[in-house]
Design a protein around this ligand. Structure first.
Ligand SMILES: C[S@@+](CC[C@H](N)C(=O)[O-])C[C@H]1O[C@@H](n2cnc3c(N)ncnc32)[C@H](O)[C@@H]1O
Length: 174
């Protein structure tokens, strides 16, 4: 049982805004890049993929065309958003640091959600989860938005209109 109390508002009460905040189509290019990495770097063709911190399932909505995906997120509301756009994917509520599915996958993927691992211990635990779910010769891919070595302060903006409502935001990465 994963407590929902610690999940940010954006991933709970405000989750119905998620796809206006970060529209699925914006993920197409990077999802293609991650797919290519899994396919090209695997010793044998990857079929099953576990994503930890899969959120609204935006990457998965493209990657599911190439892999059988199991999507894990700690927020029930975000799992619901993902289920709506990826009804055929398996969804599991779980914490990437502790979840144990007792099976192996051809690949394990943690996208931007890895940024929520704010201590070395948390990061270690998430990487261990990836390790115990990855078959021998499989690939674990961690893709944070930023890494210290290349970080540049920046501002950006985003958001779109939807049915009867819209959202716009400014982001400061400093
Ligand atoms: C930015 S969203 C991920 C969006 C995702 N990359 C996509 O393609 O839609 C970040 C997600 O990480 C999840 N998250 C944060 N900490 C987590 C943890 N410890 N275990 C599992 N999920 C976590 C949040 O609930 C949220 O849904």
């Amino acid at each position: 049982m994963v407590s929902q109390k610690k999940n940010p508002l954006l991933y709970t009460e405000l989750s119905s805004w998620w796809l206006l905040f970060t529209p699925t189509e914006e993920y197409q290019e990077e999802a293609a890049f991650y797919t290519k990495l899994f396919v090209e770097k695997s010793a044998s063709p990857p079929r099953t993929l576990l994503e930890l911190g899969s959120g609204g399932g935006n990457n998965a909505s493209f990657m599911k065309n190439n892999f059988q995906m199991t999507l894990v997120d700690r927020s029930e509301d975000m799992i619901q958003v993902s289920q709506n756009q990826n009804p055929k994917c398996e969804h599991i509520i779980g914490d990437m640091r502790t979840v144990r599915l007792n099976r192996l996958f051809d690949g394990v993927f943690i996208h931007d959600a890895v940024a929520y691992m704010k201590s070395e211990q948390d990061l270690y635990d998430a990487m261990r989860t990836a390790y115990v779910h990855c078959r021998v010769g499989g690939i674990a891919l961690f893709a944070p938005d930023f890494v210290r070595e290349t970080f540049q302060p920046s501002t950006s903006h985003g958001g779109i209109d939807g049915a009867g409502r819209g959202i716009r935001y400014l982001e400061f990465a400093i």
